[in-house]
Ligand binder design. Structure first.
Ligand SMILES: [Mn+2]
Length: 457
């Protein structure tokens, strides 16, 4: 099990304890999760907050940090003979705990005793929002008045949002593996193959670099379906492919990259037109992100650029700012421009999207497109995020708006009918905000039309 240096975890917990000041901080790990019966489990994924403060990537662990004293305790079973027979003699929990700077390991049964003792003494218990059944098990039987701690959520979000140098290193590794997955997909896509045949190549590449997936692979000729995890389509010349896939490296940091390319390996004139707009939107977004800018303003600028280009093509007409204001761009890009990324592909989403992506008091829009914007806040050095504009032609949505007379003054619905079999295009990179501006993580992943055509030839 690879871990950061001991002082990394010690410093993170010390920083958190100082922020919270008093009481107990409970960090709950994940357990095994049954798939079809108890002993046949989904691949284990540790809770990201536990990974961040305690590093140990193993199931059935919980931990307490005493905010007053700074002391930390890990609660978990030591190996039994049964474990050794079935799982093998893995490193002792106490040895792993020592590597992350924790000298006290206690039996799981004493966790509730220790918490209840503190509560009885009038101390506060801080814990984070739960999303797994085993977390409810940890809290069961404690004071039912307890609720997740807002001060703990905001402290963890503030801390995890600014990536340390060692984290940037791991995220770069995840993007490098992801890059190879994408190159492999471009090289192996051919008309007459099924999508799952290329998905197999992506997975092979990922596994061969000792990585897993940071989310389910989206690889589809139906890119207009945003989270499409079906891979059964036959790939035919004339269709576009969206490949949105990313590796989670052995330290559980995520890559999240999208590339779009034609099944045939050669863009048609129509595909080129739309692709160039998406690429221009992506480069514009990347060039705009820097400390102090609000990501919602980057989202809006990129959407304005799309509408400007669509107006030149005759797909929309009228005042671009008025269209932007009314949400016309959401018809073609119903999702937000990007999100934070780190240990989670949508970083810290378990803590609440608004805590991560919005400033206190910043309102979320209810307009199509903007309502799905996960990140709207002012950017800071050390943030890592995705920039991922797209253009999609969703026939059902276009037909619905048309029949309702929505945006009738702006949208040239007749011109859109020839795009009903187009699919969608998205281009996505992972970006670090630096003091000076920004840095795209990892080695450049080809995205110019000529570069993609050369790889696929
Ligand atoms: Mn993404």
């Amino acid at each position: 099990m690879r871990l950061f240096a001991t002082n990394i975890y010690e410093a993170r917990r010390k920083h958190l304890a100082a922020n919270i000041k008093s009481g107990l901080i409970l960090i709950m790990g994940n357990g095994e999760s049954a798939m079809n019966y108890t002993d046949n489990v989904y691949p284990f994924r540790q809770n990201s907050n536990f990974l961040y403060y305690f590093g140990i990537n193993a199931p059935e662990l919980n931990a307490l940090i005493d905010a007053d004293s700074g002391e930390a305790v890990i609660y978990g079973h030591e190996l039994t003979m049964d474990d050794i027979i079935w799982v093998g003699e893995v490193e002792k929990l106490s040895a792993l705990a020592a590597k992350v700077g924790v000298s006290k390991v206690k039996d799981p049964a004493s966790l509730k005793e220790d918490i209840n003792k503190a509560l009885t003494a009038g101390r506060l218990l801080h814990y984070l929002p739960t999303y797994r059944i085993e977390h409810h098990g940890v809290l069961k039987g404690l004071d039912p008045q307890l609720s997740p701690s807002a001060s703990l959520i905001t402290s963890v979000v503030a801390q995890r949002s600014v990536k340390e140098a060692v984290e940037i290193e791991e995220m770069t590794k995840a993007v490098e593996i992801t890059r190879n997955m994408h190159l492999q997909a471009m090289k192996t896509t051919k008309s007459g193959k099924f999508e799952y045949e290329v998905v197999a190549e992506i997975l092979r590449q990922c596994k061969s670099e000792h990585a897993g997936l940071s989310y389910g692979i989206i690889f589809s000729v139906n890119g207009q379906v945003l989270h499409n995890h079906h891979h059964e389509n036959l790939m035919e010349s004339g269709r576009m492919i969206i490949n949105d896939s990313g590796a989670e490296n052995d330290m559980c940091y995520a890559g999240d990259i999208t590339r779009s390319f034609p099944v045939s390996g050669k863009f048609t004139a129509k595909q080129k037109d739309i692709y160039q707009i998406v690429l221009e939107m992506e480069k514009t977004g990347i060039n705009m992100v820097e400390p102090g800018i609000r990501y919602i303003d980057v989202h809006k600028a990129v959407n304005k650029l799309m509408l400007t280009r669509f107006k030149e093509m005759g797909l929309v007409q009228g005042d671009v700012d008025a269209m932007l204001e009314q949400g016309v761009s959401g018809l073609f890009m119903p999702h937000g421009l990007g999100h934070m990324i780190g240990l989670d592909v949508h970083d810290m989403e378990d803590l609440g999207e608004s805590y991560v992506g919005y400033e206190y008091g910043q309102q979320r829009s209810d307009k199509l497109g903007l309502k799905s914007l996960r990140l709207a806040r002012k950017l800071q050095p050390g943030f890592t995020l995705t920039v991922e504009p797209g253009i999609y032609f969703i026939p059902q949505l276009i037909e619905k708006y048309k029949s309702e007379g929505k945006f009738a003054d702006f949208v040239n619905y007749d011109a859109l009918t020839s795009y009903y079999d187009f699919g969608g295009i998205r281009v996505e990179d992972n970006v670090l905000i630096t003091e000076e501006g920004r840095q795209v993580l990892g080695t450049y992943i080809p995205k110019e039309i000529e570069e993609i055509e050369a790889i696929m030839a």
